[in-house]
Design a protein around this ligand. Sequence first.
Ligand code: SAM
Length: 330
Amino acid sequence: MTASKIVKHFRLPPMPSLSDLVKLYKLSAQRQLSQNFLLDKNINDKIVRCSGIKKNSFAFEIGPGPGGLTRSAIEAGAKEIVVVEKDLRFMPGLQLLADAVSPAINLKIFHGDALTFPMGQYVNRDYEKSWENDDLPDIFLLGNLPFNIATPLLFKLLLKVSYRTGIFSCGRVPMTFLFQHEFGERMICPPGFKERSRVGILSQAYCDVKLDFMIQNTAFVPQPKVNAAVVTLTPLQKPRLSPKFEVVSKVVKSIFQFKNKKWITGASTLFPKAYPEFLARFNELCKVDQNKLPIELEMSEIDEICCGYAQILDVFPELEKYDYRANNNL
Ligand code: SAM
């Protein structure tokens, strides 16, 4: 029997209402864990549809909390689900859900921090597909992310995408996450707009990035100050920026530290002033128009800048450790 047929044969325990949550688990939404719950089934179903979760697939969820999104993933037919949640108080409710769907569906619950959790160790490799395959693996990563870990988590995931490690050793696993709306806009922003930023360039360097839809802040409990965006990132077979992630990240960070100045102002800080021959060599290697602002640079131009710097590192690898802020007068 397929997972979806089986789903029809059991009843999920009712989703706890907000007052249930408060009473049963003595819960109060914790600001430091960015707890804004999404209890609306229609919206959770819509997020799961955007994630692509289908029958007999594997899902990995970050921060399930009371389990609204987890239920939608179960109903969409996921056969195996791994969730990692930092707040112990959600464990009994999630365990109730796991018991209700077992053995048809294998819901594994982990108490842990998504920033350090070894996702790759808990993926079932039966669902993997090679990176060279045009089809994606039947593995889906999703979460109504705690906003306070969104940036570090995204960068960690992009690093792993670039090296095809962790969960991405199983192929081009797509990721569907909720971000603050403004953050989501920055992730998809093309060149030429003021919202163009490091997060957008790095996301677009390694993934196709799609803003699926927006969720009003009124849909969350408690209500956050800002709206949210559902964004899906699909890893690219060939990244748009070719040097290794650390080099790309350092170059883009340097350039965007002076967002309103010509890009070369920030790029110059990659090289110690006391050794002008580095910058001179960079200028020979990289012919990108130095009058452009960082936000105006096309991806191909950013690639040329990164490759110029990477070529210098090939000869002087110790330069990669140079930090202009720590050595301001060098
Ligand atoms: N998915 C639930 C929903 O939509 O109602 C909860 C979303 S809430 C925005 C974020 C969830 O992530 C909370 O349950 C919170 O406890 C959890 N969380 C916070 N920091 C975390 C971390 N570092 N690792 C894993 N979970 C975390």
